[in-house]
Design a protein around this ligand. Structure first.
Ligand SMILES: Nc1ncnc2c1ncn2[C@@H]1O[C@H](COP(=O)(O)OP(=O)(O)OP(=O)(O)O)[C@@H](O)[C@H]1O
Ligand SMILES: [Mg+2]
Length: 382
């Protein structure tokens, strides 16, 4: 089978001989959402498409003066794959490569390497971030999980809250009438009733209410949460902000977005605190990412999600047993945790038509939110 990307790349450097002119091959390659890199015989970057610039986080102009060894250490199995392509003259694939270096943190990368006869020693690499694909799967799955909670939330709100206020009132009455040695028990009943009420209140947000949207300045949201965190649960944590000041507004609900960021920052602060990290740190960042699209289930539409907000901490990473169920409700590794924080994040992101990605390993956990931008059509609807 001829690799279609290899065929297009041949045409880029290789003077197409077909009589009938094809559309410009460079344009085809740069329109591809899959990162494509052409290395020369010395592993210098001979060509990168737009998606590869994004993937590597470095512009094509800068890459032109670099070698692969400047980005990926020489002992990485990727070089073995490249050698196999050069010497075997055939396409070689690998599925779970880690590209780790000070400039690059990518795991679970699928790489396909193909030779390019027109470029002796040249190797064409097609990279695919399998973790992004997995995150997408998960996003769709946890939408379902959040939805199943929404029915339960409605029942709870209805069936639990009313009797609960009765119990609380009765406990309060007892508090003033029982013997002093039993008063403690009455207080216990009142406190527990309050705790259950708090839990039900938190779950109520899972209800299926349409959200009120507007233009939200995400930097204000981040600032608000940072101040809240620093004056309370994250007073001992150092915050860094890396913001893209030109970021356009998010099309969303401000209060719900505050809730999302707050839940992520709270988890990050708890992670660094519980692990007694000597230099606890949280990095909040924003960026604009071209080409981040998500297909809407049940439709052929693809929504553009160019606004990225990231919350990163230097805690111990997400426990392995939690990972497959991270966004499901009631999943928690904490003694006092309800396991509702991330389920709520998932629900709100789903309502916003957004996407969440997670990268986690010891010392570095990052939650990335991909959000829709305000369009002129939305403005008209405001
Ligand atoms: N930044 C993080 N670093 C390490 N583990 C995390 C991080 N964020 C989430 N987790 C893991 O995911 C679990 C679920 O998080 P979630 O916010 O849903 O619930 P919780 O924090 O345990 O409880 P709640 O938020 O309801 O108080 C956590 O218990 C923790 O194990
Ligand atoms: Mg939490």
């Amino acid at each position: 089978m001829i690799n279609p990307v290899a065929r297009a790349a041949r045409a880029v450097i290789g003077r197409a001989t077909e009589r009938q002119r094809l559309p410009d091959a460079a344009a085809i390659l740069s329109a591809l959402s899959v990162p494509v890199v052409l290395l020369d015989a010395e592993n210098r970057f001979r060509y990168v498409n737009h998606a590869a610039e994004q993937f590597l986080g470095i512009s094509a102009v800068q890459l032109a003066s670099l070698r692969l060894t400047d980005l990926v250490p020489a002992d990485n199995p990727l070089y073995l794959l490249i050698d196999q392509v050069r010497h075997g003259g055939a396409t070689v694939s690998d599925h779970e490569l880690s590209l780790e270096s000070p400039r690059l943190h990518k795991q679970g990368i699928a790489v396909q390497g193909s030779p390019l006869p027109e470029e002796p020693g040249g190797v064409l690499l097609v990279l695919q971030d399998a973790s992004a694909a997995r995150a997408l799967d998960r996003q769709l799955a946890f939408r379902g999980a959040a939805r199943s909670v929404s029915g339960m939330a409605a029942i709870l709100a209805h069936e639990v809250k009313n009797p609960l206020s009765g119990i609380r009132g009765a406990a309060q009455l007892l508090e003033s009438s029982v013997a002093p040695e039993d008063r403690e028990l009455a207080v216990l009943i009142r406190d527990e009733a309050d705790r259950i009420r708090g839990l039900v209140d938190r779950m109520e947000i899972f209800g299926e209410k349409p959200i009120q949207r507007g233009a939200v300045n995400i930097h204000r949201v981040l600032e608000h949460v940072r101040k809240l965190a620093q004056s309370g649960f994250a007073a001992h944590v150092r915050f860094h902000e890396v913001y893209d000041p030109s970021l356009p507004p998010v099309w969303g609900n401000r209060d719900q977005l505050v809730q999302v960021v707050l839940n992520l920052v709270k988890n990050a602060a708890e992670a660094v605190t519980d692990a007694e990290q000597p230099h606890p740190e949280i990095v909040l960042s924003t960026s604009y990412q071209h080409g981040m699209r998500l297909s809407v289930p049940g439709s052929t539409d693809r929504v553009e999600l160019p606004l990225t907000v990231s919350v990163r901490d230097n805690g111990p990473g997400i426990p392995d047993d939690i990972r497959p169920h991270l966004f499901e409700p009631f999943v928690s590794s904490k003694a006092a945790g309800n396991g509702l924080g991330l389920a709520l994040v998932a629900k709100i992101m789903g309502d916003h038509g957004g996407l969440i990605e997670v990268d986690s390993r010891p010392g570095r956990t990052e939650f990335r939110l991909h959000l829709p931008m305000l369009s002129e059509r939305d403005l008209d609807a405001c």
